[in-house]
Ligand binder design. Sequence first.
Ligand code: BTN
Length: 250
Amino acid sequence: MASAAPVLLLDQTDSTNAEARRRAAAGETGPLWIVARAQTAGRGRRGRNWESDDGNLFATLLHVTRKEPAEAAQVTFVAALAVADLLDTYAPPSIVTIKWPNDVMLAGQKASGVLVESGQHPSGGLWLAVGIGVNLAHAPVGTERPATALAQHLRGDISAPPKVDAAAAVLARAFAVWMERWETLGFQPVLDAWIARAHGLDGPAVARLGLETVEGRAEGVAADGALKLRLADGSLRLISAGDVFFGETS
Ligand code: BTN
């Protein structure tokens, strides 16, 4: 059976991803979950800030891999599935969905984000910092799209969201299971499971890619997880990274 990586619980750090990066630079290989009760400089994708409200989960897995960067990046799908399993434990699974590539949603609103960073490890290989933020207790305000928190969607028999240490333990176990499937069976079963939980993969979509915004119809994902977007001129654009909004036109 897959065994979870150990969890290091810090009271406070700047960013658990930054902490993982420092440890990798110093030669640590992990696997190790770095979890903080508070972040003073939590970071999100595309240079955004990640609000770090008390009682939410801020966790980063430090892991070293021999995979090539493009393949290693698939870990983002593993992370999304593990977060979905965590949320399933406390919320009705029917409201837990994934938005391409790795935002986990509760009743259609963002409850979690994943930020994967990587670099060359001093011992060879590639270090990965798989950073995961889950809104357990509080949803940030003032986000571009409304966000939510697990506390607002608990199953009837559960009175409060899990504490950070309990949530980290559930996440670490779920992640280990998906990681083992990826390592032993390859990406396809991971992608199949991800597709089964994904929403919006077949309809209008707007993708924000750096300075460029493209609009079209999502037509599912390619074998490597890239989003297939059919543009108005009939061409197919494969999108590997960016902010995508489904069910919308610009
Ligand atoms: C996103 O923008 O959706 C990704 C957010 C990722 C936030 C997590 S919180 C734990 C880890 N440490 C960070 O500084 N960021 C990630």
